[in-house]
Every structure is written in C-alpha cells, then in structure tokens.
Design a binder for this molecule. Structure first.
Ligand code: HEC
Length: 252
C-alpha cells in the first residue's frame, strides 16, 4: 500500500527532477555562473544585420561554417545579388551554396585541439547575451597556448580573433580574490584597439544580431504573421459579439 510518506517522497523527487531539468541547460551554458551582459540587438534593424553579415564573412568564416545557411539567405537583408557576390562571398562559392568553412576541419583540429563548431544555430544554443558577453570577454592569459582566455568560456581554444579591433584586455581579480578566480573579477583594457570600447560593443552587437538571424531567419516573418492573427481575432471578436446581440435580441 502507498503510505502518505512515500507519496510525499515521490512528489519531492518529482519536483527536484523538474527543477534540475529546468536548471541544467542554464548551468551548462554558463558553467562559471558569470554574469552575462544584455545584448543590445534589434532583429528588425537591417543595416545592423548587413554589417553583422560582413563581419561574420571577414572574421569568422575562415574557421567556423554556418552550414545550414545559404548565401541567398542574405538577399533577405535587403541586399542585391551583386552586393552579396561582391562584398560577402569571399571564396568561389555560388549564391545557392551553403556557408561552408574555409579551413580544412583536420587542420583546425590539429591547430586548436578542438574543431571550431558550426555556428548556424549557435544563437539558439547559447543565447544572444552569452554570445555578446563571450565576444567581449577575451583577455590575455600567458598560461594558455593561444595566449588568450575568456571570462565566459574559461579555457576556450579560440584565440581572440578580434583583438586588433578590441585591443587587449587583462583580468583584474576582485579585491580580496585570488588571481584567476572567476567571481567578481574585472576586465580592464590594457592596450586599446582600432575601435573605441563603444564602437567595439556595436561591432559585436551587429555580429550577434546576424548570428541570431541565421539561427532563425523566419523569426521576423513569424512576428508579422503573429500580428496578423491578433488583428484577425480582434475583428472576429467584434463580429461575433454583434451577432450574439442580434440573435438574443428577441429572446428576452
Ligand atoms: C582561428 C580560428 C577561429 C576564428 C577565426 C574564429 N573562431 Fe570561434 N572558435 C574557434 C575554436 C577552435 C573554437 C572552439 C573552442 C573550444 O571549444 O574550446 C571556437 C569557438 C567559438 C564559439 C563557442 C562555441 C561553443 O558554443 O562551444 C563561438 C560562439 C565562436 N567561436 C564564435 C566565433 C565568431 C563569432 C567568430 C568571428 C568573429 C569566430 N568565432 C572566429 C576558432 C575560431
């Protein structure tokens, strides 16, 4: 027979599993529990998306592919086929080709120890805030082979490929904290790059905006359909109410 206590235990186990299931993805995405900065992105800002696409082709596609996205997807950003071919396709790829990585995956594995992952759906996996914090979170670390570490992704194998733009940051431990400790630490710009911190933040925001776009290019369309559905429901409500009034008029 099921006693009261065993029911209680079962409920408790069930609640604990639920909490764990909900908390795990968050914990995995940000294992160090580092506070993420809010990504100031606007998916409806086409100019920002165009800049982001350009940054991605110039700085990321050498190592990372976006194999679920085709170059003709860029036409949705208000660009002409000519503009895409001239400015954004830096290899001999065609419009209908997928954005495959330039680097040979075997070489990449040899150089970095880990192959750079495909970034097609990265924004859905990690979230925009994580990406924004990650791309602004690199700092100099002599203990790493690459010479770089990251506040959000500790021990990352990717070097700071944007260091010429951002400059070089160092990690200043929190007061009373030990060096290398990841709580309460501060990133300090030790030597400036070509961009001011504000310009660099905008550069990264555009890039993240673009990564969110390729991860879910239908988002904007869905938002529009959503508005259409709401308007339809509102009109249907008014008509139905008027009909109800009409039908019940003679009953009383
Ligand atoms: C020189 C090669 C190289 C370039 C260029 C490069 N990356 Fe990386 N990237 C890597 C490697 C290697 C990893 C894997 C790191 C690891 O797992 O430790 C990585 C990892 C990442 C990750 C984390 C993936 C994850 O979820 O585990 C993101 C996000 C990322 N890169 C974004 C970018 C963006 C955006 C650019 C362009 C600004 C870029 N990378 C340019 C080599 C590169």
């Amino acid at each position: 027979m099921m006693t009261r206590n065993s029911w209680k235990n079962r409920t408790r186990n069930w609640v604990a599993s639920l909490v764990l299931a909900l908390a795990l993805p968050a914990a995995w995405a940000n294992p160090a529990g580092v506070k993420l900065d809010h990504a100031p992105i606007d998916p409806s800002n086409t100019a920002s998306l165009q800049r982001g696409a350009q940054h991605f082709m110039n700085y990321c596609l050498t190592c990372h592919g976006a194999q679920l996205a085709r170059f003709d997807l860029l036409l949705r950003l208000g660009l002409t086929e000519d503009q895409v071919k001239k400015n954004l396709i830096l290899t001999d790829a065609k419009m209908a080709d997928y954005m495959t990585v330039v680097l040979n995956p075997k070489d990449a594995k040899n150089w970095f120890g880990v192959p750079p992952p495909d970034l097609s759906v990265e924004a859905r996996v990690r979230g925009a805030d994580w990406l924004y914090s990650y791309l602004r979170g690199f700092y100099r670390d002599d203990h790493r082979d690459s010479g770089w570490n990251n506040r959000v992704f500790h021990g990352v194998a990717m070097p700071n490929v944007l260091w010429e733009l951002q400059g070089e940051q160092v990690l200043q431990p929190a007061e009373g904290g030990k060096p290398g400790e990841l709580h309460g630490e501060k990133l300090v710009l030790a030597s400036p790059g070509k961009l001011s911190p504000k310009e660099y933040d905008q550069f990264v925001a555009d890039l993240v905006n673009y990564l969110v776009f390729i991860a879910e290019p239908a988002r904007e369309t869905r938002v529009h359909i959503g508005y259409g559905v709401m308007i339809f429901l509102a009109i249907a409500f008014v008509i139905t109410r008027a009909l109800k009034k009409e039908y019940w008029k003679d009953v009383h």
